[in-house]
Design a protein around this ligand. Structure first.
Ligand code: SR1
Ligand code: MG
Length: 417
């Protein structure tokens, strides 16, 4: 008895949603709403709805990929998985996601908190803004959500139920499998790249070691259901202001390796550094900003390790709690050895996934504005090529980065290239 799915338009939002108490109680009567479509992502419609008493965000999935058009149909179910993931991630790190006020599965509509004065982190970084709380809040977000969705924290029944639930997000998981790990490394019709990179691209597609690394990392992504991932944690999925950081857009949520979200995020920070010569003049200020981004990436990882360690010591109550193995015998050393092995594996994965994320953002379907807005093609190609060289080392030699400071050394070496 549901009315058939219909995409919202700015001038139909009041008619369609004006009867919802979740809206009117929060922002006032529909007759006084002002509605503006602001979505600039690859997939969905996003409206800001302002009333006399406040404002909310309305997000609706389209039955196709917005970035391509109706020729790429896409299931509305992603909205259901996004909603389920947002609820879980929000519970695992309270306050770090927008509050969700309403969800309509059939119309694929979510109504949520309008974050103000937040901006998309990617835009803030392109504008040269600094966010003092960013690293701490994101490092803890990563540790809490990734630990608390895993076998270390969840008991068997809930964990298996969630694994089965999110296994249903097949369509978006399949997009990640293809767009990250396969498309960039062969001549796929969905790909595009800066023409001046033609020779580098030919070399990449003949690079057996790199393709082997992509293959191994794809196998890791598909076969290692360590935790519930956000699944698309780039700087466009984070909103920030001076005092707050929020994570949005969890529609690619899936069970996967802990290092995936971490690597995606770090890669986008490192790409922001490689894009700087195309976005700002070369001066002291730019060099200081570059250092701030690299410091932020390092601090995110360091805070992640610190918080993950705290959770490991205090909250290990799940299937892999291991208390019988270690604590019953007061084997604190065994427990710490297990933790260290885990963190080393997470880091190795994160480094490798970062290398893959860099490739797919320069060679695949979904590019990033840091590079795309560099009008001078030769300069853009130079920035992208340096990032690709870093990405190759990260993916192929992911086992040789003993500490995150070594990535900084790699970046510095390539900046002089
Ligand atoms: C067709 S979807 C392309 C990309 O946009 C999303 O934001 C994800 O990053 C996805 O890979
Ligand atoms: Mg998104």
């Amino acid at each position: 008895t549901h009315s058939p799915y219909e995409p919202l338009q700015a001038d139909t939002v009041a008619d369609r949603l004006g009867g919802l108490p979740q809206m009117t109680e929060r922002i006032g009567p529909a007759a006084q709403w002002r509605v503006c479509e602001v979505g600039d992502g690859n997939l969905n419609l996003v409206f800001i709805v302002e009333g006399p008493a406040g404002s909310v965000v309305v997000k609706q999935a389209l039955p196709y990929a917005r970035v391509v058009g109706e020729s790429w149909p896409m299931s509305l179910d992603r909205s259901f998985f996004e909603h389920e993931a947002m609820l879980r991630l929000g519970r695992r790190d309270p306050g770090r996601l927008p509050e969700i006020y309403y969800f309509d599965r059939h119309q694929a509509i979510q109504v949520m908190e309008h974050l103000r004065p937040h901006v998309i982190l990617r835009k803030g970084l392109m504008a040269g803004e600094r966010y003092p709380l960013l690293a701490g809040q994101l490092g803890r977000y990563l540790a809490r959500t990734l630990f608390r969705g895993s076998d270390w924290a969840m008991e068997t029944a809930r964990r298996k139920a969630d694994l089965a639930l999110f296994a249903g997000n097949v369509e978006l998981c399949g997009i990640t499998e293809d767009l990250f790990f396969t498309d960039p490394f062969h001549d796929c019709a969905r790909n595009s790249h800066t023409p001046a990179l033609d020779r580098a691209v030919t070399a990449i597609r003949a690079d057996r070691d790199l393709k082997l690394a992509a293959f191994e990392l794809k196998a890791r992504f598909c076969g290692s259901a360590q935790t519930l991932l956000h699944g698309d944690l780039h700087t466009g999925s984070i909103m920030v202001c001076a005092g707050d950081t929020r994570v949005i857009d969890a529609e690619f949520a899936t069970y996967g390796p802990i290092g995936f979200d971490i690597g995606s995020l770090l890669a986008n920070l490192w790409m922001a550094v490689f894009a700087l010569p195309g976005l700002q003049p070369d001066n002291e200020e730019r060099r200081a900003y570059r250092d701030w981004i690299l410091d932020t990436a390092e601090a995110i990882w360091n805070v992640f390790v610190e918080e993950f360690t705290r959770l490991w010591r205090r909250e290990r109550t799940g299937i892999l709690g291991g208390r019988e193995l270690f604590e019953d015998q007061a084997d604190a050393i065994g427990s710490e050895l297990a933790l260290n092995t885990m963190i080393e594996g997470i880091w190795r994965d994160a480094v490798g996934f970062a290398g893959i994320e860099i490739h797919r953002r320069i060679l695949g379907l979904a590019h990033i504005p840091e590079f795309e807005t560099i009008a001078d093609e030769a300069l853009r190609a130079c920035c992208e090529h340096r990032a690709l060289m870093a990405g190759r080392v990260l993916a192929v030699e992911r086992g040789r980065f003993a500490a995150i400071g070594q990535v900084r050394t790699l970046i510095a070496r390539l900046e002089g290239h």
